[in-house]
Design a binder for this molecule. Sequence first.
Ligand SMILES: *Cc1c(COP(=O)(O)O)cnc(C)c1O
Length: 363
Amino acid sequence: MDIDRRFAFDYNKMPDDSMTIEEIAALVRPNVLKLSPYSSARDEFKGEAHIFLDANENPFDSGLNRYPDPHQTILKGLLAPRKGVASESIFLGNGSDEAIDLLIRTFCIPGKNEILITPPTYGMYKVSADINDVKIVECSLTESFELDAEQLLKKVGSNTRIIFLCSPNNPSGNLLSNKQLELVLTGFQGIVVIDEAYIDFAGRPSWISRLKEFPNLVVLQTLSKAWGLANLRVGMAFAHPFIVGLLNKMKPPYNINGVSQRLAAEALESDDKLSDIVKVIIHERSLLSAELQLLPNVVKVYPSDANFLLVKMKAAHSVYSALLAKGVVVRDRSNVRLCDDCLRITVGTSSENKELLSTLRTL
Ligand SMILES: *Cc1c(COP(=O)(O)O)cnc(C)c1O
């Protein structure tokens, strides 16, 4: 097998029991491994020129008449130092949801391979697996929403290709323990995805810093939450360049449009605003949590490392409907495993949170 080692990590740093790239390559769907990707006009010509007649674009300048950079070079160049990885370890998707779908399509043969998920968790892992006809095996988190690596690893079978873990977890809001995550990373001979959509609200560093130890690790992040850019649809996957190369081969050539690339780059260049906004949201989270706990219809507010709170109510569904009738919409999670009678409430602005609280007091 021809594996590109130009960007290979320093193998001396890897623990002896970490997977090799050859072992990871053996998990890739054979059709994907041998796929030759679409080659765009901009892939085939990269030099200097002043007349571009190679891409069937409209020649009249509208500011948007040229195709965007399919490799998102500028954006990756801004992200790489900030995240402490090489550009070759960054995949950018049309939201992290695109990365979830591509990972499943890269590693799972429909009708044969399976993924492992840990309910209650983010819904897209299951939806993407269902779309791709990939079987889902579930292993619930504990009552306190912690990961039980030993139980999880017992569910791994010869067809398990990916374990999706979400930390901080949606909808419970808590970080999963580093120890349990490490047990999964070392104990599973397959791809471990740690979805860190909410990591900027948590007081713990990202798993990106540990990519070098675990070539089977994929870390997902997004500009949709802390960065306040959900509308742009820019998600990130950080992984060994071999895995990033596979995702790049599979993606539609122009998956991130040029406007999104430009606006995302501008946001990254003026990122001083980010930490202020995140601090405000974290502060509001603690105020909201404390106030909610005083309400008679609240049974429990779960601790949160994210920008939302999972709240156990006396009668979640009727509270949900009563709030809705007053124009306040929260997420009813009461049908989700381990979340009986729970609402998931996003932390809003100070005035939004106050209005939510005053509405709840009238119920
Ligand atoms: C919101 C969310 C995402 C989606 O991110 P996009 O980049 O907007 O697609 C991914 N994972 C989790 C856990 C989320 O809650």
